[in-house]
Design a binder for this molecule. Sequence first.
Ligand code: NAD
Length: 487
Amino acid sequence: MRRFSAYIDGAFVDGEGRFESIDPATGTPWADMPESREADVERAVTAADRALREGPWAAMTATARGRLLHRLADLVAENASLLAEIETRDTGKIIRETSAQIAYVADYYRYYAGLADKIEGATLPIDKPDMEVWLRREPVGVVAAIVPWNSQLFLAAVKLGPALAAGCTLVVKASEDGPGPLLEFARLIHEAGFPAGVVNVITGFGASCGSALTRHPLVAHVAFTGGPATARHILRNTAENLASVSLELGGKSPFIVFADADLESAVNAQVAGIFAATGQSCVAGSRLIVERGIKAPFLAALKEKAERIVIGAPLDMATEVGPLCTRRQRDHIEALIARSLAAGARLVTGGAGLDRPGCYFPPTILDCDGVASPSLEEEFFGPVLSVVSFDTEAEALRLANDTAFGLASGVFTTNLARAHRMTRGLRAGVVWINTYRAVSPIAPFGGYGLSGHGREGGLAAALDYTRTKTVWLRTSDAPIPDPFVMR
Ligand code: NAD
């Protein structure tokens, strides 16, 4: 079995315990992982705190920090296929997707490498004649970055890139489900030459590792991606240390198709939106909201494509849908489908686990027109699409916003004015018009409502890892006048 280490204070260590990671394609253990608990968390946070306040990182210019990030970007690009293979092995995400996504992750580090020495302070036009007042932007402090197993190198990059550009230090906690790629990535941090303690990478379980990390008194900010239930635990934990928190949570994103849309394009985008990554994507377009007049031909085309999808081994380049990451995930999907069918949803295709080892589940479509189906409200985090139809634009918007989540949305129409109206009305952090699932380091990303708050990507994300220090300098040599009057 392949053996991985945690990375704490510049050294590769065993962890306080060990656990086996399962290959979701076979259902058997393939790697031996380090389990960190309270003592490792203590060592990692203390190392990050020391690196923040003393030593080479604290004294480093922003330009030099940028150079380290550039070096890291090069190493990610050079090692993309190795990292992709580990991610595919450990999480079941298909190699076609992991190799492309990890190669692109290098661009996120490049973007923030360039930004490191462009984070500027300000001089204020203060309302007192004998004062100079300016703002220094300083790193917010030790950051706890907690990520789930899906797209973990990407979700770590959108935290590490801006936080390192801003001068923070971090403890990254990889998910206990498939932590291999992030633990391997720690080797690149080491090779890039980041001083000891600047980035620590650990993994472990929520209650013993994640909880100790997020309530630690030296943690100043928690950057979290995961589910809303865990987010509530984290908010309770940070009641202890009063750390600031950014939350990137789940979604139930609407995919709206008007009759005037380019239908071939919309069908392909819907396939990408719900079946790519086996639907295990926070932005999955999991609610198809289609104009009633085209529902039948649209669903027929979608069903045909869904049934032709190549399901297979994730390491095979020909595979289009691989296994789910965990059995727990498959059980959850099966139970939610059962409740939806009991509520009256009609199965269009798929619906039952496949007769093969591992955590496979086929592309599934549920027709939910006229049904209060739980599948329209709850996140599957799997390849399951729920379909409803509408007659008017107002009804489409009402259905789209009928969710507690608000992460992404898609609108397919050739009517420009309608695209603008829908954009204004949609309660979601991302609106894709005539496209879906596009991301970039340049574009902020984040949610409304139960999908969380805070934005990752873009310039503002780097500023979010800073806080301002206001400096007052008196320019007069005259003695300070009346000490009892506030100046
Ligand atoms: P999860 O919330 O179960 O776990 C995420 C991480 O939190 C893991 O590392 C886990 O160990 C840790 N954790 C668990 N309990 C904790 C606790 N008490 N304190 C601190 N940390 C704790 O999520 P998951 O099932 O692994 O991932 C799927 C979820 O993530 C879905 O809801 C999905 O939509 C969401 N997600 C969101 C985005 C986004 O950018 N908005 C991206 C990907 C995934």
